[in-house]
Ligand binder design. Structure first.
Ligand SMILES: [Zn+2]
Length: 308
């Protein structure tokens, strides 16, 4: 009896490492290997009013870059229609979901793509679109503003003086609010590095950054600020160390429109979704200068002085 028990124990122990290895093998594919439809299945429960088919048809693909937890950072380019033109098309970089708990800020990008890309202004533009900049925050058990490192990505951009200003601002002005932690260094996070790399590569003439829930428009940089998109009125919410508006709009002279939707969970009515889009396109068409145009310099200088 004793002998056979010993054999049993040896046999069981011998099996254990094997059993452990078996159990540790992931049943689901790693996020980086997911197909677009599978990515959509993960994303759409967090995107109000976006359906699986709308998500798949939007055509976003893995950019090759990943979030801290290995979720693909997705994007797509929409090229300007037609070839005969006097000057190059305007380049617009649009991003949503940089704060993971602002669900509508990611979802509205899909809605605009579904409904808004057919008009002449939209088709005259060269687009780079990044709908979910902070997928780890969006997909966290409880959606979170910050990324998986607890960093507010919109305070992690390398504004001049970041090292002294961003941590000090965080400690004193936000009283070390964990939702606004700027990180330990500028561009410390894979998601903010991705955005910065895309800005360098794509060289946008204007950036659209979508947030919620303040229900206003904000604007940084050269050009005449927009007054109203749909029901959203211009109301400058402030300039922060490490924010995208500050980094791009103020320091790089590439204007940033910040759209603050009125609710982080509930999408505006369809007509309002469309109005914001139409008003925004019109403003871009009438006000944005090409960054390499000779006239842009004058506008830059004036805009810069006004903003600072
Ligand atoms: Zn936000």
């Amino acid at each position: 009896m004793r002998f056979s028990s010993a054999i049993l124990v040896v046999a069981l122990v011998g099996c254990l490492p094997f059993a452990t290895v078996q159990a540790a093998k992931p049943v689901e594919p790693k996020p980086a290997a997911l197909k677009p439809a599978e990515l959509c299945e993960r994303l759409i429960p967090r995107m109000p009013t976006v359906t699986q088919s709308m998500c798949v048809e939007s055509g976003f693909v893995a950019s090759g870059r990943q979030s801290l937890q290995g979720f693909p950072l997705i994007s797509k380019d929409v090229h300007a229609a037609g070839k005969k033109r006097k000057q190059r098309p305007l380049r617009v970089l649009m991003m949503g979901g940089i704060h993971g708990d602002e669900l509508t800020s990611a979802a509205i990008v899909y809605r605009w793509l579904e409904e808004g890309m057919t008009g002449p202004i939209a088709q005259s533009i060269e687009w780079r679109i990044m709908p979910v900049v902070n997928p780890d925050g969006l997909l966290a058990k409880k959606a979170s503003r910050v990324n998986a490192n607890g960093v507010d990505l919109n305070r992690n951009f390398p504004t001049p003086g970041w090292e002294s200003e961003a941590p000090a601002y965080w400690k004193t002005r936000t009283r070390a609010d964990p939702r606004r932690f700027p990180g330990n260094a500028p561009l410390s996070e894979p998601e903010s590095r991705w955005v910065e790399d895309e800005m360098r590569a794509f060289k946008p003439d204007v950036i659209i950054s979508i947030h919620a829930p303040y229900g206003v428009l904000d604007f940084d940089g050269p050009a005449q600020p927009p007054r109203k998109f749909g029901r959203l009125l211009l109301n400058r919410v402030g300039i922060y160390p490490g924010s995208l508006g500050n980094y791009s709009g103020v320091h790089k002279n590439v204007p940033v429109i910040t759209i603050e939707l009125p609710n982080a969970q509930k999408m505006p009515p369809r007509a309002e979704v469309r109005r914001i889009w139409v008003d925004m396109l019109r403003w871009i068409n009438e006000n944005v200068e090409r960054q390499d145009a000779p006239a842009a310099r004058t506008v830059d200088a004036a805009g810069k002085a006004a903003v600072r």
